[in-house]
Ligand binder design. Structure first.
Ligand SMILES: [Fe+2]
Length: 238
């Protein structure tokens, strides 16, 4: 199990690096996809930006892209500091996740996207930079404009899925029926991926046996995640 701010580094056969860490008291899981040759560093939902920046700097790297699963405040925690450290960083998120005018402002963090995805719910588009290719799936329900990312051996689920359960849908802006559709679509996507890929949850919560692993495999989550195996998700009706 990763200590706070400790990094697991997986170097893929194509040279792309996947860095995973756990940061902060909310047990946020952050993933970075790095193309060292082209100096591309894309970080998903960075929590402790000073930590990310200094560790990358020691490797002669610098964050170049921020990719947001959604804009709940615990996921945008590091945004302001990252912008101070890297003012020209590119910031990506779904257009529906721009909640700057939302009345429940305390739930959402302000992020100025430099680029917005606009794909429909349960559709997948490709984001690429250098040698990095990630699939971006619009998966609303937990929060407006929520997306998941997969590629390079990982499926970063944000708050759509944790290892044992799915994200809550009782918050302002949540949509329980959209969540069911997103979970059905996630089940389809996960079933198409190599079963030894890792599912990185948005938060490191309890697994089915009471442990708190940093991730589980695609095979493990498909077999054991309570929400993915709920009748409302496995049923072909509704
Ligand atoms: Fe969230």
């Amino acid at each position: 199990m990763l200590r706070d701010g400790e990094f697991d580094i997986n170097i893929r056969s194509d040279g792309i690096e996947v860095w995973v860490t756990k940061m902060g008291d909310f047990m946020n899981m952050n993933t970075a996809i790095i193309d060292r040759t082209n100096k591309v560093v894309a970080i998903i939902d960075p929590f402790d930006s000073e930590r990310w920046f200094s560790v990358l700097k020691s490797e002669d790297l610098c964050p170049t892209h921020l990719l947001y699963t959604h804009t709940h405040r615990d996921h945008t925690w590091g945004y302001k500091k990252m912008l101070e450290l890297v003012p020209d960083i590119q910031v990506f998120g779904h257009e529906d996740a721009d909640m700057s005018d939302f009345v429940h402002g305390e739930l959402f963090g302000k992020v100025d996207f430099t680029h917005k995805w606009d794909n429909a719910p349960n559709s997948t588009i490709e984001w690429s930079e250098g040698g990095i290719i990630l699939k971006v799936t619009h998966s609303p329900g937990h929060a407006p404009g929520h997306v998941t990312f997969h590629g390079h051996g990982i499926y970063h689920a944000g708050d759509l899925l944790f290892t044992a359960y799915s994200g809550r849908v009782d918050l302002p802006g949540s949509d329980p029926s959209a969540q069911i559709s997103s979970l059905k679509n996630a089940r389809k996507i996960l079933s198409s991926l190599p079963e030894d890929w890792r599912l990185i949850p948005g938060h490191r919560y309890e697994w089915i046996d009471g442990t708190t692993p940093d991730w589980v495999t695609i095979k493990e989550i498909l077999e054991n995640n309570f929400s993915l195996n709920d009748k409302s998700v496995t049923s072909s009706f509704s």
